[in-house]
Write a protein that binds this ligand. Structure first.
Ligand code: BGO
Length: 270
C-alpha cells in the first residue's frame, strides 16, 4: 500500500535538495489551491508507491504567512502518513522550534538532521540518540547533498507511518502551562480527526484562524477566555507569548544537553 510523506522544515534547511535527491525526475510542480505558493509533489525514485509532498519552508505553524497556513492546512486536512522535518543540524536550536509544533498535529514525525557533512567538518558533536529519547521521536542523520543515509531515512519514515503505536507528542511545556492547556482541552468536543491538544494550544494562543474554524459557542468562548486570562495573569504575558517562550526554553534546554559546537558559531552558510 502507498505511503504519503510530507517534507517540512525551515527555509534553507535543505528541503529542496532532499526532495530532488529522493524524487529525481519523478516530480511535478504546480501551485497550492487558491494561492500562488509553489507546490511540489513527487514519487520516491526507488519505490514509486511512496508519494512525497514538499511543504513550503516555514519557521512556525502560526497563521501569519501564506506558507504557514498552506503547510498546516495540508497537514490537518490531508493528513499525510508521516512528516519528515528537515533540520539544519548546524543550527538545531532554531530548527527544533518547528519540530515541537509539528509533533502536536497527531501525525508520526521523523527528524532528518541534514548537513551532517558540515557538522563533521565543523567538529560539532550532536548526541542524536539522546535527542531521540528526549523528544520521543526518531532522528536520522543525513547529508542530502551527498546522498548520505537517504534510504535509511525513508525506511524509518515508512516504519513510523506503518507503526500502530500511539503517537507521543513532544511535551514542550512546563506543568503550569500544561494545566491550562488541559483545562481548555477538557472543554472541547471535536468531530474532526485533529488532536484536541493541538486545538487547545492554538486557542490558548488566540490563533485567529482556529478561533474562526472552531466556531465556539459564546458560552464556551467565555470559558476559554477565562482560562487564558488566569494564565496571562500568572505569567504576566499573553497566551501566544507564553507558548513561544516555553517552546524556546524547552529547545534551548534540549540543545544544551546534546549539542557541542567544535568551531564555535559556524553554520552551513559560513
Ligand atoms: C546553496 N550539505 C551541505 N553542505 N549543503 C547542503 C546540504 C547538505 O546536506 N543540503 C542542502 N545544502 P535548499 P531549502 C548554496 O544553494 O535545498 C545546501 O530552502 C549556494 N547556492 O546546496 O535550497 C544547498 O529548500 C551557494 O546551498 O534548502 C543550498 O530548505 C553557496 O544548503 C542550501 C553555498 O538548500 C539550502 C550554498 C547558490
Amino acid at each position: 500500500m502507498g505511503i504519503t510523506i510530507a517534507l517540512a522544515g525551515n527555509p534553507n534547511s535543505g528541503k529542496t535538495t532532499l526532495f530532488n535527491a529522493l524524487t529525481g525526475s519523478y516530480q511535478y510542480v504546480g501551485n497550492w489551491p487558491g494561492v500562488t505558493v509553489e507546490k511540489k509533489t513527487g514519487e520516491y525514485s526507488k519505490n514509486r508507491d511512496i508519494k512525497i509532498t514538499d511543504l513550503p519552508g516555514t519557521y512556525s505553524l502560526s497563521p501569519y504567512t501564506l506558507e504557514e497556513v498552506v503547510s498546516r492546512d495540508y497537514l490537518l486536512k490531508e493528513r499525510p502518513d508521516v512528516i519528515i522535518d528537515v533540520v539544519d543540524a548546524t543550527n538545531i536550536e532554531r530548527n527544533l522550534y518547528l519540530a515541537t509544533q509539528l509533533s502536536e498535529i497527531g501525525i508520526p514525525l521523523v527528524l532528518a538532521f541534514n548537513m551532517m557533512d558540515v557538522v563533521r567538518k565543523n567538529k560539532d558533536s550532536i548526541d542524536s540518540k539522546k535527542i531521540e529519547e528526549l523528544l520521543n521521536c526518531r532522528v536520522v542523520e543525513i547529508s542530502a547533498i551527498r546522498n548520505e543515509n537517504l534510504d535509511k531515512l525513508i525506511d524509518v519514515a515508512v516504519e513510523e507511518a506503518n507503526s500502530k503505536k500511539k503517537i507521543i507528542e513532544i511535551k514542550a511545556f512546563s506543568p503550569e502551562v500544561e494545566k491550562y492547556i488541559s483545562e481548555i482541552e477538557d472543554l472541547l468536543t471535536l468531530d474532526e480527526d485533529i488532536p484536541k491538544r493541538w486545538v487547545a494550544i492554538k486557542l490558548f494562543e488566540s490563533d485567529s484562524k482556529i478561533m474562526e474554524d472552531a466556531n465556539l459557542s459564546e458560552d464556551l468562548e467565555n470559558k476559554v477566555s477565562a482560562i487564558i486570562e488566569r494564565a496571562e495573569e500568572e505569567f504576566d504575558d499573553d497566551g501566544e507569548g507564553i507558548i513561544t517562550d516555553e517552546r524556546y526554553n524547552f529547545v534551548t534546554d534540549i540543545v544544551s544537553k546534546t549539542v557541542k559546537k567544535g568551531r564555535e558559531g559556524l553554520t552551513s552558510s559560513d
